[in-house]
Design a protein around this ligand. Structure first.
Ligand code: C2E
Ligand code: CA
Ligand code: CA
Ligand code: CA
Length: 277
């Protein structure tokens, strides 16, 4: 049944269908998606753990697919990474974040730093720093309003080159954080070799109910603080998880307990409400 091409093609284009997706067809879709502006961003607030005030937000990619409807990144980022499409898609994300920040500034709206997810392949490109610089300059955006989130893999494959690139970005005022921290297989030694500002604790440690997850979490928070880094707890869904993170002096938190990722217009409203507290 799975070998029957016609049937699979039909199933691929069923709106809302969760059936098997033909990867080669998605690749043609990427080109059109960029040209037709089918991608858009949502923003999830990150808040100060003690006060709940919004400190920044993470930009998360979404795809308004003409046949499949709303497609989440889990369904297409891995394919984009394998095929190399993540590079132009990732560049679009950086440009769109700069454009959005500029629009907020021009409208006199409150603005916070926006974090962008950068995949290893995108970061390892020779012209990565140049592209970031160009995007900021094109929209006249202060580099202090931009953060990049990298995974351990992006950095450990070539620590020396990562150290140089991150040094240049941080000299400009860009914030750098390590995403999904703790789930990678790397030795921790890369942490004191590369300049970073924050560690984002993977949500598996926070959502794991047993003592195991919590003790790893505590250890990572202590490690981050010893290295003078801001520690961010991800995937906070309950009051209880928040209380535990606060108790362990986690600096900032992010998760459905505060807000799901929301469209730009809704994020502006959250921010306006947060800053008058
Ligand atoms: P991530 O960078 O770890 O982003 C956090 C993910 O956790 C987001 O899923 C977010 O919606 C979800 N999340 C936030 N709070 C909670 C919570 O309290 N509970 C639960 N269960 N989940 C929560 P999303 O938007 O589906 O993104 C999934 C992954 O796709 C991201 O994980 C990131 O690795 C990747 N991604 C998203 N946007 C981009 C992008 O622009 N570029 C690249 N390269 N990757 C992206
Ligand atoms: Ca992230
Ligand atoms: Ca993460
Ligand atoms: Ca992740």
């Amino acid at each position: 049944e799975a070998k029957e091409g016609g049937r699979n093609t039909f199933r691929l284009y069923m709106p809302g269908s969760r059936s098997f997706v033909d990867h080669s067809l998605l690749v043609y879709d990427f080109e059109r998606a960029l040209a037709e502006r089918e991608f858009f961003l949502e923003f999830q607030p990150r808040v100060h753990a003690e006060t709940g005030v919004i400190t920044s937000a993470e930009a998360l990619l979404r795809w308004r697919h003409p046949q499949r409807g709303r497609v989440m990144p889990g369904a297409f980022i891995p394919i984009a990474e394998r095929t190399g499409w993540i590079v132009p898609i990732g560049r679009w994300v950086v440009e769109e974040v700069c454009r959005q920040i500029r629009e907020w500034l021009d409208n006199g709206q409150p603005v916070v730093r926006i974090a962008v997810n950068v995949s290893a392949r995108q970061f390892q490109r020779e012209n990565f720093v140049a592209h970031i610089t160009e995007a900021l300059e094109a929209h006249q955006v202060d580099p202090r309003l931009l953060e990049i989130e990298l995974t351990e893999t992006a950095v450990v494959e070539d620590v020396e080159s990562a150290r140089k690139k991150l040094g240049r970005l941080r000299d400009m005022g860009i914030t750098v954080s390590i995403d999904d921290f703790g789930v990678g297989y790397s030795s921790l030694s890369f942490l004191h070799q590369i300049p970073v500002d924050a560690l984002k604790l993977d949500r598996s440690f926070i959502q794991e109910s047993g003592v195991g997850g919590w003790s790893v979490m505590e250890t990572i928070i202590d490690l981050g603080h010893r290295l003078n880094l801001c520690v961010v707890g991800e995937g906070v869904e309950t009051e209880c998880q928040l209380a535990l993170l606060r108790d362990r002096r986690c600096d900032e938190v992010q998760g459905f307990f505060f807000s799901r990722p929301v469209p730009a217009a809704d994020f502006v409203r959250l921010l306006a409400a947060s800053s008058i507290q």
